[in-house]
Design a protein around this ligand. Structure first.
Ligand code: 0XW
Ligand code: MG
Length: 367
């Protein structure tokens, strides 16, 4: 099974109800990059990387495609057998840029799974479940309206909610936390996500003013250093998301004892294979985490779900997928779908999803 051709596509994914609002940015449409690796024995494997705009984290769509252009020509003719060898070959062509390499890593695993007749979850160590939880992400919005949506989503089966805050006055952020808690109580776990938008001072105030609400505080401030100063000064557990820029950042946060859990992004960590390391580090310290990505269609969704199925269920904070905010699916026959706040793990070989032929139009690059 050798790599014969690599097609690169760009897919525009408009946000369903207009805008997705976070402290760090408002986004209206996402530019997803897909790689299709075609092999000499007739298999096609897919990977995807989809930064949520250019300011959420240091990733952007054009950057992903430029990195792919550096890597892809060097992959032609290589055997799909050892994922570790392929990773080494990518590193020899380009330093860093894990979010672009992640798309190739997904496609390699998709191909290997198809060839061996096993789902990607098996290649990641083996699934512990056939259905993983997800969570609903409530964008920065008016407190009453947000609380109403929160109640509806809990009724629909979501076991966890993420309430976005930041980029506005403290009073509204405090009010939204209280109102969501009043609306859902213990029926759902709550994460309050600052998306890097709070000062340390604002984070401390919010923590004190919402003392009785049992939430986890996700990436309240911009840097890991700022968040480290919260230790001992806030009472809510603190999770890192955007600060987990690579495996080393996760190792550092765990060893410094400044994270009580994580919001992980598959592409930011450099792909599914690299994610298995941080998954296992979290297991050693009993740390909860999610298996998400910033955005993306069915390919990324399938990748997150396969990985989430391999994590210990009691520490699994959910596999977030963009389905609630995008129209339609890449794979009409076997889409990755949320039902009652949970997602079935694809059981077919590889990732278990295939974009409809021709749906992305002409490739933006062919190698
Ligand atoms: C909820 N997410 C996983 C999706 C958006 O990209 C933001 C992200 C987060 O937790 O920051
Ligand atoms: Mg987050």
């Amino acid at each position: 099974m050798r790599i014969d051709r690599i097609n690169v596509y760009s897919a525009q994914l408009p946000v369903k109800n207009g805008v997705y609002r976070m402290a760090s940015a408002d986004v209206e449409a996402l530019d997803s990059t897909l790689v299709e690796i075609v092999t000499d024995d007739g298999f096609a494997g897919w990977g995807e990387t989809c930064p949520i705009g250019p300011v959420y984290q240091p990733h952007h769509a054009l950057g992903a495609r430029a990195a792919i252009a550096e890597i892809a020509p060097g992959l032609i003719g290589l055997e799909i057998a050892s994922i570790r060898l392929l990773a080494k070959q990518m590193d020899e062509r380009l330093n860093g840029h894990g979010y672009a390499k992640a798309a190739f890593d997904m496609a390699f695993l998709d191909l290997l799974g198809q060839k061996l007749g096993v789902p990607v979850s098996t290649l990641l160590g083996g699934a512990l479940t056939d259905r993983v939880p997800t969570y609903y992400s409530l964008i920065v919005g008016p407190p009453d309206e947000t609380a109403k949506i929160a109640a509806d989503k809990v009724k629909a089966g979501y076991p966890r909610l993420q309430v976005k805050i930041g980029g506005r006055n403290l009073e509204e952020d405090v009010a939204v936390v209280h109102k969501v808690w009043e609306a859902v109580g213990y029926r759902a776990r709550i994460a309050v996500d600052g998306n890097r938008g709070l000062t340390v001072a604002a984070a401390i105030h919010l923590d004190r003013l919402c003392q009785e609400v049992p939430f986890v505080f996700e990436q309240p401030c911009n840097t890991m250093d700022e968040i480290a100063t919260l230790k001992g000064r806030v009472t809510h557990p603190v999770y890192l998301d955007e600060s987990t820029e690579d495996q080393n950042a996760v190792l550092r946060a765990i060893s410094l004892g400044i994270a009580d859990g994580f919001g992980f992004k598959v592409t930011r960590l450099g792909g599914l294979t690299k994610m298995t390391t941080v998954r296992d580090l979290c297991a050693i310290r009993s740390l909860p985490h999610s298996c998400d990505d910033a955005w993306g269609g069915d390919i990324i969704a399938a990748a997150c779900v396969h990985l989430a199925a391999t994590a210990e269920p009691r520490r699994m904070e959910g596999a977030w997928i963009a389905q609630e905010y995008i129209k339609g699916h890449f794979d009409q026959k076997h889409p990755v779908v949320i039902k009652q706040g949970h997602i079935a793990v694809p059981q077919r070989p590889g990732l278990g999803v295939k974009p409809e032929p021709g749906m992305f139009g002409k490739p933006v690059a062919i190698y």
